[in-house]
Design a protein around this ligand. Structure first.
Ligand code: ADP
Length: 370
């Protein structure tokens, strides 16, 4: 940055305040936030590496030009934030606006603006710092979209249930048992689907309001897993996927909410199946250390894009390229909350095209004799 030594501390040992200056320079250059300084004429005097990254302009290209020419902000013409602070007003913080990059692409940003003063408190320019919030905005849009799809799916199951029940009532004496069973089967399937959707949504709202209550009791993790393993054999076979269980026998009995833990493993197994291709393998394995029980669910499926990894445990987040698979991005958020509610951790390792491995680490805490 080529800017402001106005507030650097000068001492007898460091009369130029160079130590301070180097420190600020280092901070500004390493910050993952764009920082642009201007003089009193709003010409750019400093442009840090993150500002270069977001705008596409190099510091060399930007310095000396009018701030509005480089940032072409959404508020430039109407309510220029810098003009406001340079006219002696208070700093502006967390203003959401847009800028345009070098190629004309509009980027949503969150911006802070403040005046810069010299030692005599005279205004000599301003500073703008901003962060690219495109990803947050996209997630907000996707969340809205998924919520409306969830409501739409609930309504469509309800209409099917109501429609078939009414039809059954009207035609009951005129149809045979086979037909009646067929209608009832459709009603039951849709009622189950609706129940799953409502459960997902209820769990999500409990998480949001911090009302997830665990009912703890002595729990055998390997017994729960064994039952699930048996239940998932057929499902896996139908999808052309082999399912294996590498169990360390007789894991310690731990204090846990067995029903919720089943939900964790069901969710992870459902995902492993959903994101696997026929011919793939899913391996369920357990391991016991001094302090923890570790359950791993590994698949050879589509894997997770590196850029998605930090977000997959967020509510309503769905990875790139999964649009065709069913889901609302609520499963893993619930899984994480339940595992953390047990004082545990969940982590994921994944390679696109090769597969993913989820590890659930549950602290043994107080053990029980069976
Ligand atoms: P949903 O499965 O309904 O999309 P989740 O919260 O369970 O929601 O998962 C969030 C996202 O994480 C998924 O949309 C997908 O992108 C990614 N994901 C989860 N599990 C796997 C897996 N085993 N393989 C690949 N991607 C996965």
């Amino acid at each position: 940055m080529d800017s402001t030594d106005n507030k650097s501390r000068r001492t007898a040992q460091d009369p130029e305040g160079l130590k301070d200056l180097n420190f600020y320079k280092f901070v500004l250059e390493s910050l993952p936030t764009a920082v642009v300084t201007v003089n009193a004429d709003r010409k750019i005097t400093g442009f840090n590496p993150w500002a270069e990254k977001i705008t596409g302009y190099s510091a060399e290209e930007a310095i000396g030009r009018y701030c509005g020419d480089i940032l072409q902000g959404g508020m430039c013409k109407t309510r220029c934030p810098l003009k406001t602070v340079l006219n002696g007003h208070k700093p502006l913080s967390l203003v959401e606006t847009t800028i345009s990059d070098k190629w004309g692409k509009t980027i949503p940003v969150r911006m802070n603006t403040a005046g810069l003063f010299d030692d005599d408190d005279r205004l000599i320019g301003g500073v703008e710092s901003f962060q690219d919030i495109s990803r947050i905005k996209t997630l907000e849009r996707e969340k809205g979209h998924l919520i409306s799809m969830l409501a739409h799916d609930m309504r469509s199951s309800l209409s099917i249930i109501a429609g078939f029940a009414l039809r059954l009532l009207k035609v009951w004496p005129r149809i045979n048992d086979e037909k009646r069973c067929k209608y009832l089967d459709i009603i039951i399937k849709n009622a189950n689907k609706l129940e799953d959707l409502v459960n997902d949504f209820l769990e999500f709202s409990r998480l949001q309001t911090g009302k997830l209550k665990l009912e703890m009791g002595p729990t055998s993790v390997d017994r729960e897993l064994m039952e699930l393993f048996d239940a998932y054999q057929l499902k896996a076979k139908e999808s052309g996927i082999s399912l294996e269980f590498e169990n360390e026998e007789n894991l310690s009995i731990i204090q846990a909410d067995a029903k919720r833990l089943r939900r964790v493993f069901t969710n992870l197994l459902d995902n492993a199946l959903k994101f696997s291709n026929p011919g793939g393998k899913i391996t369920l394995s357990t391991l016991e250390t001094d302090g923890d029980i570790i359950v791993k669910i590994e698949d050879q499926g589509i894997g997770i894009d590196r850029r998605d990894l930090p977000y997959i445990f967020d509510s309503f987040f769905r990875g790139v390229g999964v649009d065709k698979k069913k889901g609302f991005g609520l499963g893993l958020a619930g899984v994480k909350a339940i595992v953390e509610g047990h004082g545990g951790r969940i982590s994921v390792e994944s390679e696109p095209g090769k597969g993913s491995m989820f590890s659930v680490i549950l602290p043994k805490g107080m053990e029980f004799e069976e």
